[in-house]
Ligand binder design. Structure first.
Ligand code: URA
Length: 253
């Protein structure tokens, strides 16, 4: 059996798992065996198609959230989420905004101060730049696209999200993507790109090339906040966005 530090490590893991399960229970998420779900909605069946594989295992819960048939239902199911420690410091859950049938979806990292206060993604300085890319660069309206983040609550002092926070929140993003089923995802910055592609390759190597997120075309590019600090790289983002535009116009068919 376990001894000494092994036993302490196992006890810590058990405690951590117990706390995690308690938070899930408070959030109304129950664990049910996969493949034995009565009344499984077509949305859930589609999740299993889109999200099969190891990442999709996060979806093995028959929770209300993951059976949602619309973004509004998903938002309602998330409720006053307590699944991770970020709930303690947030003002608003920043769910996402835009057209539920958008062909194009932007995914960022997580809310900053302005987003936390207003409850909407990309409304601060970096958000203004993203809005300019969409409106002035792409000739679209912000309402035409869908904008979301990997995590829905602001980390303290805008620190990077921690693995347990991503693990708790990322399934909501996956469900959003599955409900919207965009033609193209633009992943903004290292964190979103590496999370969605499950990759440790630097963004500078991934950007500008097409990737696949469960069959959806994904274009990694630099985060608007990075561009505020490194305006010379705006031209690289414009190269990436031009590829997105020509894909949307069917020019690559
Ligand atoms: N940065 C992000 O990644 N997301 C936001 O919503 C705002 C800033």
């Amino acid at each position: 059996m376990f001894q000494g530090s092994d036993a302490e490590e196992v006890a810590a893991m058990v405690n951590s798992l117990r706390r995690h399960l308690q938070r899930r229970e408070r959030a109304g998420i129950r664990v049910t065996a996969r493949g034995n779900m009565k009344g499984t909605s077509s949305a859930t069946t589609r999740d299993e198609n889109l999200l099969s594989g190891t990442e999709g295992d996060l979806f093995s819960d028959a929770s209300t959230a993951f059976q949602s048939g619309s973004l509004a239902e998903l938002r309602a199911a998330i409720g006053d989420c307590q699944l991770c420690k970020l709930c303690a410091g947030r003002t608003h859950i920043v769910f996402g905004v835009g057209n539920p049938q958008a062909k194009l979806m932007f995914v960022g990292e997580g809310p900053g101060r302005d987003e936390d206060l207003q409850g909407e993604p990309f409304v601060g300085r970096a958000g203004q730049l993203l809005t300019d890319i969409i409106t002035k660069g792409m000739g679209m309206k912000r309402e035409d696209v869908y904008i979301a983040n990997v995590i829905k609550c602001r980390p303290p002092e805008n620190r990077n999200p921690e693995p347990d926070e991503v693990a708790a929140c990322e399934p909501f993003l996956k469900k959003q993507i599955d409900l919207i089923r965009p033609q193209i995802i633009v992943a903004l910055g290292k964190f979103a790109v590496q999370t969605l592609l499950q990759s440790k390759v630097p963004i500078s190597k991934l950007r500008g090339n097409w990737h696949s997120y469960h069959g959806i075309k994904l274009m990694p590019t630099f985060h608007p906040a990075y561009l505020l600090r490194n305006p010379a790289d705006k031209k690289l983002v414009w190269e990436d966005i031009k590829k997105v535009l020509s894909e949307m116009r069917g020019e690559n068919a």
